[in-house]
Design a protein around this ligand. Structure first.
Ligand code: PMP
Length: 405
């Protein structure tokens, strides 16, 4: 089964560094794309290329149908309604859109209020809120992470109080693999009248999502981590929440009427999609979701879990290795440091052996600070990861460690 699945990814057949088979374990940064996604993009340009929502001609109608069809596919995937899906450039743009639109909508009422995030957020879910706080006089509050890499739920429930205007929490950490109980966090936020936002960038790759069950006002992710192209992402908002929000960018496509005296805006989702959208990206994302939906996701999750266990057990044979948030690593993201060896040096040597991993702060500097490290080496799994990938990783890892002393 795994060989058949891998054969759908042309890039996995290639070699790097003069003949080393590619071992790709940087999936939390971006996943590779199956042939069906590559074909969907190529077919669009070959047969239907035109601007969506513009031309009255045949190609324009086809492009519009494909673009809106992709929106329906995303909506079904998240158990949301069609008009709740806003296409963006990625999770980063979705979060910036939310911060700016919330500020424009609620403005001065945010002064003295609090915005709650956690210590394990990606910078994309910190900086837009930090800037909003600087501009409005709101206060940024941070939920602690425990020593074992979990969200401190007691602290979370204490922190989310009457002063809270927005809670924005990651569903699955891109560093630790921790899966947060976002349902409880969102319920608490909603009980107090706050806006509840979830960053699902990593979670959505491995798990089914039902936004109504989560109870959030908005759920965001990027396409490129979900086997889809770059430059496309999703903001799935509760429709009534979106309908209240002021726009983010303005211009063509997002308006109702324009005159020099006054402009009125369209309804969501078009209100948040100014200008020509990334049509090929949306089509590619739709194809990726269809591809993913054709797989047995439970079986893939079980396999990823078992591979992560092999990784952790293999790493533990070296007493110098410390895995951050080890109990969460089984979710498919393993971050580690090695006593006396810099993660970057390890990453370079492993790359020379064909093993692609990520080293650095993973856009989560506050979390690095929390664990007292500057950077980690991260291996992250995807549906096509194999036992051979794990064995190659462990072999290259111990060889590199030996070389570095
Ligand atoms: N949030 C999380 C949890 C992520 O892992 C990432 C990507 N590393 C982002 C947000 C930002 O995604 P993008 O750069 O695709 O906008």
């Amino acid at each position: 089964m795994i060989q058949e699945l891998r054969s759908q990814f042309p890039i996995l057949q290639r070699y790097v560094h003069g003949g080393k088979p590619l071992v790709y374990l940087d999936n939390a940064a971006t996943t590779q794309k199956p042939q069906s996604v590559i074909d969907a993009i190529s077919n669009f340009y070959t047969t239907s290329n035109a601007n969506a929502h513009r031309g009255g001609h045949a190609l324009g109608a086809e492009a519009t149908a494909l673009y809106e069809g992709a929106r329906s596919t995303v909506a079904e995937f998240l158990h949301a309604q069609h008009d709740s899906i806003v296409f963006t450039r990625g999770a980063t743009e979705s979060l910036n859109l939310l911060a700016v639109s919330i500020e424009r909508t609620y403005g001065a009422r945010l002064a003295g209020k609090s915005i709650v995030v956690s210590e394990m957020e990606h910078h994309a879910n910190i900086v837009p809120w930090q800037l909003l706080c600087e501009r409005t006089g709101a206060d940024l509050r941070v939920i602690r992470v425990t020593d074992d890499g979990s969200l401190d739920m007691e602290h979370a429930l204490e922190h989310i109080d009457e002063s809270c205007a927005v809670v924005s929490i990651v569903h699955m950490s891109n560093v630790l693999g921790t899966i947060n109980d976002v349902q409880t966090v969102c319920a608490r936020a909603k009980e107090l009248g706050a806006i509840a936002i979830v960053d699902g960038s990593q979670y959505v790759v491995h798990h089914d999502v039902n936004v109504a069950e989560i109870g959030c006002d908005a759920y965001v992710f990027s396409g490129h981590k979900l086997y889809a192209p770059f430059g496309i992402g999703v903001l799935c908002g509760r429709y009534e929440f979106l309908a209240e929000l002021e726009p983010y960018q303005t211009g063509g496509a997002m308006i109702d009427r324009v005159s020099f005296e006054k402009t009125t805006y369209g309804e969501p989702p078009v209100r948040f999609e100014a200008g020509t959208p990334n049509i090929e990206g949306a089509i590619g994302l739709g194809a990726a979701i269809k591809w993913l939906s054709g797989l047995d996701r439970d079986a893939i999750r079980t396999k990823e879990h078992s591979l992560a266990k092999n990784l952790v057990e293999g790493l533990e044979s070296d007493s110098r290795v410390r895995i951050l948030g080890k109990r969460h690593a089984l979710n498919g993201i393993v971050s580690l440091v090695v006593d006396g060896i810099h993660a970057h040096d390890l990453g370079v040597l492993m790359d020379e052996q064909g093993v692609a991993v990520r080293t650095g702060h993973h856009c989560a500097m506050p979390l690095m600070q929390r664990f007292g490290v500057g950077s980690t080496l991260r291996a992250s799994l995807a549906a096509y990861s194999s036992r051979e990938d794990v064995d190659a990783f462990l072999h290259a890892f111990s060889k590199s460690c030996r070389m570095l002393g």
